[in-house]
Design a protein around this ligand. Structure first.
Ligand code: GAR
Length: 203
């Protein structure tokens, strides 16, 4: 099977990266991970790349004078890897509009809330504070506005009366691990819908 090469950008634990690695290991999955990049040297997720024999790189954002320069370093590595699509998996850096324009409709992100609710950080804490009865996660295309962009998939969890930030986060994370590989497949196979319509931006 001819698989589409992807790059995954991380900053930390890497459980979503692990879910993508496991999906890509399936013979009938249409994508393979060509490169993992972390902006944190000690990101736990790098060990998953290493164990799977995937090329990984640490690129320190602090070594660059400007956001755009850091992003261009990522761009060059992704080009060299042959990846055609970029998955953000807990990558906690805001990406410049220049980079997003270069990779228009080719960057997807997972966010731990039902967007457009709770953009930004501390999503589980804020959902509990607001008394939400439902919470969840979203995979979307990346556009210059943070945590915005066409939604590819969402998954919902019911908020329990005795939930803490940790218990709620754990249930949402399980859903993240389901919808991220599913969304990646939809994008690579050009089968995703935006507002109910097929959009021909990929492939
Ligand atoms: C995940 O919950 C992901 O949705 C979130 O960071 C966590 C990374 O976990 N991403 C964001 O908040 C992006 N705005 P992981 O490193 O175990 O995949």
């Amino acid at each position: 099977m001819n698989k589409t090469k992807i790059a995954v950008l991380i900053s930390g634990r890497g459980s979503n990266l692990k879910a993508l690695i496991e999906a890509c290991a399936q013979p009938d999955f249409p994508a393979e991970i060509a490169l993992v990049i972390s902006n944190k040297k000690d990101a736990g997720g790098l060990k998953y790349a290493e164990e799977a024999g995937i090329t990984y790189k640490f690129i320190d954002h602090k070594a660059f004078p400007k956001r755009e320069a850091f992003d261009m370093a990522i761009h060059e590595e992704v080009i060299v890897s042959g990846a055609q699509l970029i998955c953000l998996a807990g990558f906690m850096r805001i990406i410049s509009a220049e980079f997003i324009t270069l990779w228009k409709n080719k960057i997807i992100n997972i966010h731990p809330s039902l967007l457009p609710a709770f953009k930004g950080v501390d999503t589980h804490k804020r959902a509990l504070e607001e008394g939400c009865k439902y919470h969840g996660c979203t995979v979307h295309f990346v556009v210059p506005d943070v945590d915005s962009g066409p939604i590819i998939a969402q998954s919902v969890v019911e908020v329990r009366d005795d939930d803490t930030e940790e218990t709620l986060a754990a249930r949402v994370l399980e859903k993240e691990h389901e919808i991220y590989p599913r969304s990646l497949r939809l994008v690579v196979e050009n089968k995703y819908l935006v507002k109910g319509h097929r959009v021909e931006t990929w492939g």
